[in-house]
Design a protein around this ligand. Structure first.
Ligand code: PLP
Length: 383
């Protein structure tokens, strides 16, 4: 079986150091927000080139904490709106709702599958407080335009960088391009912990202080609580593991890029049936996922058949994401019309993600490409 992701290969590489760190933390008596977390925050700030890193429990909390730090949503003003993309993981829009604000979706670009910035201005109302781009699959959204619009309308920018650690926009790492960057260390991410973990990044001293206060129940001084926050702390064990992995992130992202280029080559013979991922020149795509777009008039049927054939050949594939956020049941109260998001509607029927991780071998990739080619040839024409 060739899985979409294999985490044990990475552990095997770093086993001695990780095992030693686990024992060191167990013996230290510090388990939450201790010296490992502080050291990790400092090392990560240096890596990203940001002033502050605030570790927290997961990427979903990072988004919620960011919105609360910016005083967006209830109880300040429940009418607040945050513009975001509908082509993301649920955590993106769920966090806006959880903060007591309203997600406002704009459609996506067909090539990058990131937020279509040409639609931003029209989505702004007097209630708009922030723009929340997601750097989907590891490629940065169009931050120049997002920053221009945010500046013109006095809006905050919260970047959802959960899939994009180390990704660069015009030479600058994501996470420092808006007021707050939000990251996830869920095990499957490019930099993954051995459980949940997350962080916020910011260059603003006051926001950093607010984030630190909010992650411990809204408290700056123990047992004195100035507003309601969360219990959202990073564990020492996770921080110790992340400190071991951080020095490898560029090398792993580079390996992902090599895997992506190899797929591009191997899939050239089936270029009429599927589009390989588009890259914006000058940016650094870190390929959290390698997601192709199936062509033809009935892509969802083709996709279902293909997935079955791949599975029969021992290859795992995934659909990120089959249901756009505006169509999720949890957002039914927003009463949104799918017809307002034609690109996202279309793309969500076409996307298929292939096995992608730094340790994927050339031979495994060749097997994936061969199985995909065979399957496409065996299937009736869906055009
Ligand atoms: C785009 C995006 N945002 C937010 C999250 C939430 O992160 P977490 O699972 O750490 O809460 C994820 C991943 O799970 C994600 O892919």
């Amino acid at each position: 079986m060739i899985p979409i992701l294999n985490l044990t290969r990475q552990y095997e590489q770093l086993k001695t150091k990780i095992d030693e760190a686990l024992i060191r933390v167990a013996a230290s008596g510090h388990y939450i927000l201790g010296p490992e977390v502080s050291a990790f925050e400092a090392e990560m700030a240096k890596y990203l080139g940001v002033k502050h890193v605030i570790g927290c429990a997961n990427g979903t909390d990072a988004l919620f904490l960011a919105l609360k730090a910016l005083k967006i949503g209830a109880p300040v003003d429940a009418q607040d709106e945050v513009i975001t993309t509908p082509f993301s993981y649920m955590a993106t829009s769920e966090s806006i709702v959880r903060a007591g604000a309203r997600p406002v979706f704009v459609d996506i670009e067909p090539d990058t599958m990131n937020m279509d910035v040409s639609l931003l201005e029209a989505a702004i109302t007097p209630n708009t407080k922030a723009i929340l781009p997601v750097h989907i699959f590891g490629q940065a959204a169009n931050m120049d335009e997002i920053r221009r619009v945010a500046k013109a309308h006095n809006l905050f920018i919260v970047e959802d960088c959960a899939q994009a650690i180390g990704s660069e926009y015009k030479g600058q790492k994501v996470g420092g391009l808006g007021e707050i960057g939000c990251f996830s260390f869920f095990p499957s991410k490019n930099l993954g912990a051995f459980g949940d973990g997350g962080m916020c990044t910011t260059n603003d001293d006051d926001l950093a202080e607010r984030l630190c206060m909010l992650r411990v129940h809204g408290s700056r001084k123990r047992y004195y609580h100035e507003e309601s926050g969360l219990n959202s702390r990073l564990d020492e064990i996770q921080a110790a593991i992340l400190r071991i992995k951080l020095p490898h992130i560029d090398e792993w992202n580079h390996a992902r890029q090599a895997v992506a280029s190899r797929y591009d080559e191997l899939l050239k013979p089936v270029a009429a049936s599927l589009k390989t991922p588009y890259r914006i020149a000058g940016n650094k795509h870190v390929f959290h996922q390698y997601t192709v777009q199936l062509q033809g008039a009935n892509p969802s049927q083709l996709r279902a058949d293909l997935q079955q054939k791949l599975q029969d050949a021992g290859i795992q594939s995934m659909i990120y994401y089959p249901v756009p956020l505006y169509a999720q049941q949890t957002h039914a109260d927003l009463k949104l019309n799918p017809a307002d998001f034609p690109v996202c509607e279309d793309i969500s029927n076409r996307v298929l993600s292939l096995p992608m991780f730094p340790e994927l071998t050339v031979q495994e990739q060749e097997q994936v490409a061969q199985a995909l080619t065979n399957a496409l040839q065996a299937l009736p024409v869906h055009a």
